[in-house]
Design a protein around this ligand. Structure first.
Ligand SMILES: CC(C)(O)CC(=O)SCCNC(=O)CCNC(=O)[C@H](O)C(C)(C)COP(=O)(O)OP(=O)(O)OC[C@H]1O[C@@H](n2cnc3c(N)ncnc32)[C@H](O)[C@@H]1OP(=O)(O)O
Length: 258
């Protein structure tokens, strides 16, 4: 088995990555974060993969960074290693679409990992939270920043200051998750959605992802200009010609991914 703490399966054009430290509720140890980063590297380099799903168990997507591993770190350890290290951000840097299928606990680094994905499908038992304040620290993998962008200042502030969890229904209302799915159907539904995306034109999907992500990094005017330029560049692709011709000819497009 190439990985110690995750399982990677290929379901058609979808790489399904399952976090697999059940006894520790998928706590994000250094080994797990390394394995996950390597699996994302492999999926991104594999032309047969058009989309990625990251999931955990029914009880826990991930209960955060591994507290037992972190407990003894000194200020100098974390400062010199720049912990949370760049490999934690690997998922956020992936250019292929990544869906988080979250059942059970997504706490601390688990919630932060889910938010690094392009969108979150939640099982009806999902619980999201940033409980770091209750163990004497604060979110360190983007929680204060991404959660605030997802749910707004008031709710993000309440969650980060109290450590309270949100259930799936509240997370959906707040815009943190795109949809709630019965937990027993969660992974199959996430793979189905990922397959649907993976069967579209790969470069056009990447452009759409890049353009939506730009909204988090820029002003509206700059974002709309960026979108317009990418929209223009779709007209330089074979897939735009094929997609529009297929529509007019009432047939399915045959994407060339170029
Ligand atoms: C990334 C950063 C910088 O943002 C920082 C972080 O992520 S800090 C971590 C934030 N997460 C937490 O504080 C959650 C910690 N876990 C819990 O509060 C509970 O485990 C629970 C509410 C998720 C579930 O409770 P329960 O069902 O009672 O199960 P437990 O008996 O507590 O847990 C089972 C088993 O898993 C171990 N575990 C759970 N979470 C972690 C963790 N984050 N790190 C290390 N180990 C964890 C727990 O210790 C148990 O193992 P044993 O002690 O029985 O061996």
């Amino acid at each position: 088995m190439p990985y110690e703490t995750i399982i990677v399966e290929h379901r058609g054009p979808v790489a399904l990555i399952t976090l697999n430290r059940p006894k520790a509720l998928n706590a994000l140890s250094d080994q797990l974060v390394t394995d996950l980063g390597n699996a994302v590297d492999a999926a991104e380099a594999d032309d047969n993969v058009g989309a990625i799903v990251i999931t955990g168990s029914e009880k826990a997507f991930a209960a955060g960074a591994d507290i037992k591993e972190m407990a003894g770190f000194s200020y100098m350890d974390v400062y010199k290693a720049n912990f949370i290290t760049a490999k934690w951000e690997r998922v956020a840097k992936c250019r292929k679409p990544v869906i988080a299928a979250v059942a059970g606990y997504a706490l601390g680094g688990g919630c932060e990992l889910a938010m690094m994905c392009d969108f979150i499908l939640a099982g009806d038992n999902a619980k999201f939270g940033q409980p770091e304040i209750t163990i004497g620290t604060i979110p360190g993998a983007g929680g204060t920043q991404r959660l605030t962008r997802f749910v707004g200042k008031s709710k993000a502030m309440e969650m980060c200051l109290t450590g309270r969890n949100m259930d799936a229904a509240e997370a959906e209302r707040a815009g943190l998750v795109s949809r709630i799915v019965p937990v027993a159907e969660l992974v199959d539904e996430a793979v189905k959605v990922a397959e649907r995306i993976a069967k579209l034109s790969r470069p056009i999907v990447m452009m759409a992802k890049e353009s939506v992500n730009k909204a988090y990094e820029t002003t509206l005017t700059e974002g709309v200009t960026f979108e317009r330029r990418l929209f223009h560049s779709t007209f330089a692709t074979e897939d735009q010609k094929e997609g529009m011709a297929a529509f007019a000819e009432k047939r399915q497009p045959d994407w060339k991914n170029r």
